[in-house]
Design a protein around this ligand. Structure first.
Ligand SMILES: NC(=O)C1=CN([C@@H]2O[C@H](COP(=O)(O)OP(=O)(O)OC[C@H]3O[C@@H](n4cnc5c(N)ncnc54)[C@H](O)[C@@H]3O)[C@@H](O)[C@H]2O)C=CC1
Ligand SMILES: O=C(CO)COP(=O)(O)O
Length: 331
């Protein structure tokens, strides 16, 4: 039996703990707050992040990271991207020597422009073949309700990828493997930024043509950046590219899309932030994606526009006018 620890008991960490348990793994779920860990263990439910979802008995919650990590084969990282470095620094001495480190996060680190697997390697000293990322159209609420979905496990080590695939394969969750870690992580991070743009458009009252245009041109800018970073082009046509982009840009369950919708309706970033405790990664990662693109001389106009709205005080209406008035060019 695969022994796993999921570090981060938010909506995706908790949902993925259920997936692992349903696939037959032993699961320790680490929550920062002892009272939440206790409530999850006693009630079999994470009322703060996943109310109404019954967790399997094989999920045991703890607020003690050492207890969660003792003797595990797989360590799953499910905290907000911008806090990963800090969290990992506290946990690194507790990580078992050969455990596979699996990132569920979809973001790019501010300041360093590093992907999450790069942060993991840097902080833990693990070789890149020990680090994997899981990414795809995986809205937590739908997976928790056992609605069928597929995903991608990206790892340069094919044996580790296959072991992870087996560890989380259930009747409702179907993982594929892909050696392209760069493309999969990039797809997951940039789609949050494009989902913000789609939300903004929806909040302004625009319909499906606008959304489809943003999705398609958003995919084009993701693929351009991916090419500059050495990603495999086919990845962006797959689950971690187009698949996740379509799900996130279309779903009212997406925190990023919802965040953008409120901006489009006229709320400020601070007002929206006050109204939710959950992570909308794109709000911060839009800046690091833009920095990354600029460092590689790649044009990312939708990301630039989202940065202007989220961080430079530009109105949503003006953002649309600016995107539409860009120089005309071939597709
Ligand atoms: N929720 C979803 O549907 C999906 C989320 N993801 C990704 O998974 C990652 C985690 O997301 P969620 O679990 O949804 O987030 P969440 O906001 O629901 O939970 C975040 C968790 O991290 C913990 N945490 C640790 N250090 C923290 C800090 N310094 N500040 C704030 N929280 C801290 C929180 O206590 C909480 O348990 C994100 O990168 C997200 O993009 C990926 C696929 C699906
Ligand atoms: O990554 C996700 C779906 O694949 C979740 O998207 P949000 O973080 O926008 O809710």
């Amino acid at each position: 039996m695969t022994r796993t620890a999921v570090l981060g008991a938010g909506s995706w960490g908790t949902t993925f703990a259920k997936v692992l348990a349903d696939a037959g793994c032993d699961v320790h779920l680490f929550a920062r707050r002892p009272e939440l860990a206790k409530a999850i263990t006693e009630d079999g439910e994470n009322r703060d992040y996943l109310p109404g979802v019954r967790l399997p008995d094989a999920v045991r919650a703890t607020a003690d990271a050492a207890e969660a990590l003792l003797g595990v084969d797989v360590v799953v990282l499910a905290v907000p991207s911008q806090s990963l470095r800090h969290n990992l620094t506290e946990w690194r001495a507790l990580l078992p020597g050969d455990a596979t480190l699996l990132s569920l996060m979809k973001g790019i680190e501010l300041g360093t422009t590093k992907r999450m697997s790069e942060v993991v390697c840097e902080v833990t000293g693990a070789g890149s073949d020990r680090v994997a990322a899981l990414s795809g159209p995986n809205l937590a609420r739908e997976i928790a309700a056992e609605q069928p979905a597929a995903t991608v496990i990206a790892c340069t080590d094919a044996d580790r990828a296959a072991a992870l695939q087996a560890a989380c394969h259930t009747g409702y969750f179907r993982p594929y493997t892909n050696p392209d870690l760069i493309g999969c992580e990039l797809g997951g991070a940039v789609k949050n930024v494009i989902a913000l743009a789609c939300g903004i458009a929806a909040g302004l009252g625009f319909g499906d043509n606008t959304r489809a245009s943003l999705i398609t041109r958003g995919l084009a800018e993701t693929a351009r950046l991916g090419a500059a970073l050495g990603a495999e082009p086919a990845t962006f046509a797959g689950l971690a590219g187009l698949g996740d982009l379509v799900a996130t840009c279309s779903s009212p369950l997406s925190r990023n899309r919802t965040f953008g919708e409120k901006l489009g309706q006229g709320l400020s970033v601070e007002q929206v932030q006050r109204s939710t405790r959950q992570t909308a990664e794109g709000v911060k990662s839009c800046r690091s994606v833009l920095d990354l693109a600029r460092a590689h001389g790649v044009d990312v106009p939708i990301t630039e526009a989202v940065v202007r709205v989220c961080h430079e005080g530009e109105s949503a209406a003006r953002m649309v006018r600016e995107i539409m008035s860009r120089e005309a060019k071939p597709e």
